[in-house]
Design a protein around this ligand. Structure first.
Ligand code: HEC
Length: 215
């Protein structure tokens, strides 16, 4: 029995010593048995330096330094990404730009690149011809629009670029999969798909007309 009282006493003392001092404050520095790396020689922001002649610890950037940063939007190594048309699809007044950025050459090579990327990333939903009937429609993704309506035929290229970069509603962003130049390649291919739906016999070069049984 005396043993039980001892155990109870022990627990009481332990409980009070641990819980009883919670919340009390002290101005004395804590006992640091293991100081780890709490105290290191370092300069605090805006503090005075004894080392530099001008006494500034915050060093001014060296002449000719170039701003550096990286985001999903500018993942192609152009760290400044200063070209709004190229990297954001916008023009000076902030609205979407029509046409392609000056650094993008729209040629057969670009369209081939666009076709490759479109087939990988867009065709599953938008379909190989851009009519919105990709394989995902059969699995319940009903909201994918066709590119072949008046509104999407007329939206600026920069708007399509922005949809690829940022996504739209049920469509996710493709910024992590397509670098800016590839996004423009896909934009060009989307334009080609749209153009393909409105082709007429007049578009066929005369050298190829005979293949179609025309004069
Ligand atoms: C997972 C399915 C899916 C994939 C993959 C996909 N999209 Fe979409 N896309 C959608 C859906 C859904 C919408 C309709 C969004 C809305 O307006 O609600 C859409 C809308 C669009 C629009 C019209 C935007 C507007 O202004 O109304 C464009 C252009 C477009 N997608 C291009 C692309 C391109 C280019 C790719 C490939 C890089 C792509 N999409 C990949 C599902 C997809």
């Amino acid at each position: 029995m005396r043993y039980a009282y001892l155990v109870l006493f022990f627990f009481l003392v332990t409980a009070i010593s641990v819980l009883g001092f919670r919340g009390s404050t002290t101005t004395r520095p804590p006992l640091e048995i293991f100081p780890d790396m709490d105290h290191q020689a370092k300069y605090k922001p805006q503090a005075e330096s004894a080392f530099f002649a001008d006494k500034r610890t915050d060093r001014p950037s060296p002449a000719g330094s170039v701003a550096f940063g990286r985001t999903a939007i500018q993942s192609d190594g152009n760290f400044l990404a200063a070209d709004d048309h190229m990297y954001r699809g916008t023009q000076a007044d902030g609205t979407y730009a029509r046409g392609f950025p000056s650094s993008i050459t729209v040629d057969g090579k670009l369209l081939e690149r666009g076709q490759l990327k479109y087939t990988i990333y867009c065709a599953p939903c938008h379909g190989a011809i851009g009519d919105g009937n990709g394989i995902t429609k059969q699995y319940g993704m009903g909201a994918t629009p066709t590119y072949h309506d008046e509104r999407l035929r007329n939206i600026p290229e920069g708007d399509i670029y922005h949809t690829i970069t940022a996504g739209k509603n049920n469509m996710l962003s493709y910024a992590d999969k397509l670098e800016p130049a590839d996004r423009w390649a896909v934009v060009a291919y989307v334009r080609a798909l749209q153009r393909a739906q409105t082709g007429t016999v007049a578009d066929v070069p005369s050298s190829h007309k005979s293949e179609l049984g025309l004069k």
